[in-house]
Design a protein around this ligand. Structure first.
Ligand code: SF4
Ligand code: SF4
Length: 445
């Protein structure tokens, strides 16, 4: 067989995080995943579908396509990693780890220009690899919001110059100081169970009100809640960006941070974090020291709606009058296959009516940092989602993931709607009397 010069220079997968060949070859090209894929629905192009992307991955694995081919790069990063394809695949193609490994390959072998490397370091690794840094940033943002600096800075054009405008527009009002891990806990009078809260980086800072509401709701349900001190960010954004070594470092830190709590369930308030934590076993499967510990950690992780939805709730005491519609976070419905419990919980809030929206489980376009780096497609998906939300005429839209929360808020505002966006737990908290009815919260500060 003759080998051409082109074949000799063609680069396949190599080094760490090579996409799993068996997983890759599980695709039987049936096409059942195509209608569920948001990028295929927007473009109508085979290459932008799960089947098309799997074919590209396989072409690189088989040496028919260069790893550094621009089309491969484009498609691996155009994908939202929403996992909708996985949920409908009859062959059980575990698509998420394949696209994540493909991105890891690109990060290892494709030199990025200096400005991109600096951007990733400053925008991703610095704030997300130490929760203390995120806290400092968010404290500064709270002051920024409190003193109304946004309007003044917009007038100077500085926000646009620093490319901060998109990010700034997505931020909700940060209502409470960060919840510092290890410094607060909730202990009910009667304790039926004990859980440990995964505090997260965005959830413990921008959405600390949701984590505190979670502590109260669990305590009302006779569940004691502690927040292990040494925990860090889950590493989901690192995994999605192909930064596997950074993600593994965070995973090891979190495994150690939660080992002291024995077998208590690890409750998570962000769908994206929960999906990442449930894959620590896969992420560290080849680590001789952490593989077993990662699998044990993963087995303990539950989304807060999963944990509460599988318990018999203590009857809520307050009416929460109104209508809500539910936007399903991709990493809850597709990656974790949790869809029934959030609706069942909403159904137990007295006075609340759930109105289903069209395409509730179609990605809203948030997808980690997708709505920052791929704004056009993210905006198209966000607009579509906002239209579906508004069409329900609900008073409030609820979700269970910070990325969806921010994307929904921005998309609704763009469409001229001021509809509030809330986490499911916030409504449950109201149904138990909210902050005014704090059950045995303690602080060690
Ligand atoms: S549904 Fe599964 S087997 Fe069918 S084309 Fe999509 S990934 Fe391949
Ligand atoms: S993860 Fe989502 S965007 Fe990516 S191929 Fe699958 S369905 Fe399409």
């Amino acid at each position: 067989m003759s080998v051409s010069i082109v074949d000799l220079v063609r680069q396949g997968f190599s080094g760490d995080d090579v996409p799993d060949d068996d997983l890759l070859r599980a695709c039987v090209h049936c096409g059942m995943c195509l209608p569920t894929c948001p990028t295929y629905r927007l473009t109508g192009e085979e290459a932008s579908s799960p089947r098309g992307r799997l074919w590209l991955m396989r072409s690189v694995a088989d040496g028919r396509l260069d790893l550094l081919d621009p089309e491969f790069d484009e498609q691996m990063y155009q994908c939202l990693n929403c996992r909708a394809c996985e949920a409908v695949c009859p062959s059980g193609v575990h698509y998420g780890p394949l696209v994540e490994a493909s991105r890891a390959q690109l990060e290892q072998h494709r030199p990025r220009p200096l400005w991109q490397r600096v951007g990733r370091k400053v925008g991703l690794d610095v704030p997300f690899s130490r929760v203390g840094r995120m806290r400092a940033m968010v404290n500064a943002l709270r002051l920024y919001q409190r003193f109304g600096l946004s309007t003044a800075l917009r007038k100077t054009g500085l926000l646009r110059l620093l490319r901060f405008e998109t990010l700034e527009a997505m931020l909700p009002q940060i209502s409470q100081p960060p919840l510092v891990s290890g410094e607060e806990s909730w202990t009910p009078g009667i304790v039926d169970d004990h859980v440990v809260l995964f505090n997260g980086c965005i959830m413990s800072t921008v959405f600390s009100n949701v984590n505190r509401a979670t502590g109260r709701v669990l305590a009302h349900n006779r569940v004691a809640v502690t927040v292990p001190a040494a925990q860090q960010c889950c590493g989901a954004l690192h995994v999605h960006s192909g930064m596997m070594n950074e993600a593994r470092k965070l995973a090891r830190t979190n495994i150690e941070a939660f080992e002291g709590d024995g077998q208590s369930p690890i409750v998570v308030t962000a769908a994206g974090c929960g999906a990442a934590l449930k894959e620590y076993g896969f992420l560290l499967k080849d680590d001789p020291v952490y593989a077993e510990r990662a699998a044990a950690f993963t087995a303990r992780v539950q989304d807060v709606t999963e944990y509460l939805g599988n318990r018999e709730l203590v009857a809520p005491t307050h009416e929460v009058k109104g209508t809500v519609t539910y936007q399903e976070p991709c990493h809850l419905v597709h990656a974790q296959r949790i869809s029934v419990q959030p609706r069942a919980l909403l159904g137990q809030v007295p006075g609340l009516e759930l109105v289903e929206m069209k395409e509730s489980s179609l990605c809203c376009g948030s997808a980690g940092i997708y709505n920052i780096i791929r704004k056009r497609m993210a905006d198209e998906l966000g607009d579509r989602k906002a239209e579906n939300v508004v069409a329900t005429h609900a008073d409030t839209v609820v979700t269970a993931n910070p990325g969806c929360h921010m994307q929904l808020r921005t998309s609704l505002r763009r469409k001229g709607s001021a509809m509030p966006v809330r986490h499911i737990v916030e409504l449950l908290d109201e149904a138990y009397g909210g902050q005014a009815n704090e059950p045995h919260q303690s602080s060690v500060r």
